[in-house]
Design a protein around this ligand. Structure first.
Ligand code: PMP
Length: 303
């Protein structure tokens, strides 16, 4: 990650090196905070943020699920995001809004502590991971389960939830895989460490229902685009063996975009290569985020 010049913090634009938190900030100790991961793409009409409002609405929902409020409206945060991208003169970048609880008490009670909001942006190039976009990703079933729905709040993109995903991803990488596939507490396929999964079976797409999962914005985008293309999309619980007998599989997420999943536990899915339907979904996705297909203009916020 390359550092940028400036970060937006509580309405101020501050130099990157000055954007610091105090050691006794509540979120640093307990993971009680919420964040987002958003991308700004370089389009022919200038930089455009993909589904910015939906991401910022999810940030507000995540906070509400935990029990606190983001002290800025979605409109204010849309303006702040555009401001900080402009201040760094980025044509394409990653955007990381974070709402965190500051100093004011070191117990679990946080009500007296201030809620702070920061929006960091950093350069993210177009060709990062392009090899994976074509050749696909190899995953293992994680030894860790996706949080039970009454353990951590799975619909909140909460800082503390990511301890699990970091452990799962690290375990997979250390074992020589690219990614982890987590099962839910009942053993159904849940999601990757930062992405959702789709299977292709007899020409239809199948993805797990949201019950245990983050309400993914790419997942929803792919469902809309696939249905626009005339593909059937079903939301169904399935077990890991169903992945192995699928014709194709792919991961989706803001970072992963649409990445073929070509192997699970060293066993090939389909013929172990990016499949034709995965490629069609990828093409539709990239045409949309880069503003080439004009079908969903409301999904792009130009900077
Ligand atoms: N699952 C998890 C656990 C994630 O962190 C992410 C990334 N936000 C996703 C799925 C994909 O969600 P989105 O498409 O909204 O980026």
């Amino acid at each position: 990650m390359e550092k940028a010049d400036k970060i937006w913090v509580n309405k101020e634009v501050v130099p990157w090196d000055d954007a610091k938190v105090h050691l006794v900030s509540n979120t640093l100790h307990y993971g009680f905070g919420v964040f987002e991961g958003i991308r700004c793409y370089k389009t022919e009409d200038g930089p455009a943020v993909f589904r910015l409002r939906e991401h910022l609405a999810r940030l507000a929902n995540s906070a509400e699920i935990l029990g606190f409020q983001v002290p800025y409206s979605v409109d204010e945060l849309v303006a702040a995001t555009r401001q900080i991208i402009k201040a760094n003169a980025f044509e394409q970048c990653y955007i990381r809004p974070l709402a965190y609880i500051g100093e004011g008490g070191m117990g679990l009670a946080y009500e007296e502590c201030p809620v702070n909001v920061a929006i960091a942006v950093w350069y993210w190039g177009e060709y990062v991971g392009r090899g994976t976009i074509e050749n696909g990703s190899r995953a293992r079933v994680s030894t860790y389960s996706r949080h039970h729905i009454n353990t951590n709040m799975s619909k909140a993109k909460a800082c503390g939830n990511y301890m699990l995903f970091q452990m799962a991803r690290t375990e997979a990488r250390r074992d020589g895989y690219d990614e982890a596939l987590l099962l839910d507490a009942n053993g159904h396929v849940a999601e990757g460490s930062v992405e959702h999964i789709f299977l292709v079976r007899e020409g239809s797409l199948v993805t797990p229902p949201l019950t245990h999962l983050l309400a993914g914005i790419t997942r929803e985008t792919v469902i809309v685009l696939a249905r626009d293309m005339g593909l059937e999309v079903r939301e169904e619980l399935f077990s890991r063996d169903y992945v192995l007998t699928s014709d194709e599989a792919f991961f989706v997420g803001t970072g992963a975009e649409v990445t073929p999943l070509v192997e699970l536990d060293r066993r090939r899915i389909g013929d172990g290569k990016r499949g034709p339907i995965t490629k069609r979904v990828q093409d539709a996705y990239f045409d949309t985020v880069y503003g080439r297909s004009k079908s969903r203009p409301e999904w792009l916020t130009y900077v």
